[in-house]
Design a protein around this ligand. Structure first.
Ligand code: PMV
Length: 308
């Protein structure tokens, strides 16, 4: 039996601008994870069990562009494995789907790791990341690659599309509350809308992306120099730019306001937007009240996580 696990993730700064070549910062969220188990099977075929999405099926019964089928086909083809060995693959995930916590990328990463090890061809992080990115392209069209990168390396990253991976040194750990609107929102849609806005109003959107790039750069310095309480203002500024990109929503704005009112040092939406999650920077004293206030203001769940 071979097992592999991958964490969820959250974007701290720079979502959307990152699709347009600017830097962004993302961190792993270990409270949620995808877990994959691969065992040799006594019956023919590759069987996939994914109770979270009610799937219990043989590989060939899935359309070839199904994300799980695509991962398995790509991997077996690249490793030159034919005929396919009989396997039972079980996938469990505690990461909510389409909410900005990286559920798709985490399943891809854990699946590639477990399957390649089970077949006697364990892959490097770089290879796992490349596979997961190809699958992200199937989901999203034009992903920046930040999700698969932060999840593969399971470390905070300062990410620029197409640049070598830079992990971040967190000099002083800090605490975030993640509030989930419970509204699933496809990232592909919001990324497409921002692209249309950028085409229509190129000058202003380029300025907005540049402002966000400065925020990510300053945030990196603050995180590395160990003054995380200074991130709050930057989160508030980044949220305003995301509103201008039209990717926030009344529900996200309400949770952001509630978090600030309950004592958060700053708050913003996170990820694709229009639904999904927001994040709030808190101290050990305000973590609980902020979480309670988010739940009272309509959040489906609130996760307290430490960035370190
Ligand atoms: O997967 P999400 O919802 O956290 O969003 C990804 C962040 C975007 O910048 C909006 C898209 C991308 O590919 O980077």
């Amino acid at each position: 039996m071979t097992v592999a696990s991958a964490p969820g993730k959250i974007i701290l700064f720079g979502e959307h601008a990152v699709v347009h070549g600017r830097p962004a910062i993302a961190v792993p969220v270990t409270q949620v994870h995808a877990d994959v188990e691969v065992v040799e099977s006594s019956r023919p075929g590759i069987w996939i069990h994914a109770p979270n999405v009610d799937l219990d099926v043989e590989l060939n019964a899935l359309p070839s562009d199904h994300p799980l089928a695509a991962v398995i086909h790509n991997l077996l083809f690249s490793l030159g494995i034919s005929p396919f060995p009989p396997l039972d693959i079980t996938i469990n995930s505690t990461i909510p789907v389409a909410s900005g916590l990286g559920s798709g990328a985490a399943v891809s990463v854990a699946l590639v790791r477990a399957l390649s090890s089970a077949l006697g061809h364990p892959l490097t992080d770089e290879q796992v990341n490349a596979f997961a990115y190809e699958i992200e392209r199937l989901h999203h069209g034009t992903p920046s690659g930040i999700d698969n990168t932060v999840i593969t390396y399971a470390k905070p990253v300062y990410f620029i599309k197409g640049h070598p991976i830079e992990t971040l040194k967190v000099s002083r750990p800090f605490t975030l509350v993640i509030g989930d609107t419970g509204i699933p929102a496809p990232t592909k849609q919001s990324v497409g809308d921002v692209r249309r806005l950028w085409t229509k109003n190129n000058l202003r959107m380029e300025q907005v992306f540049d402002e966000v790039a400065q925020i990510s750069l300053m945030a990196r310095r603050i995180i590395e120099s160990g003054q995380p309480e200074m991130l709050g203002d930057l989160m508030n500024q980044n949220h305003a730019f995301l509103q201008e990109m039209t990717v926030s929503s009344p529900e996200l704005d309400a949770l952001v306001r509630a978090a600030r009112k309950a004592g958060a040092l700053g708050a913003k939406m996170s990820g694709g937007g229009r639904g999904g999650n927001m994040i709030a920077l808190v101290t050990p004293e305000t973590a609980e009240p902020v979480s309670m206030s988010l739940l009272a203001s309509g959040a489906r769940r609130a996760i307290i996580t430490q960035v370190e």
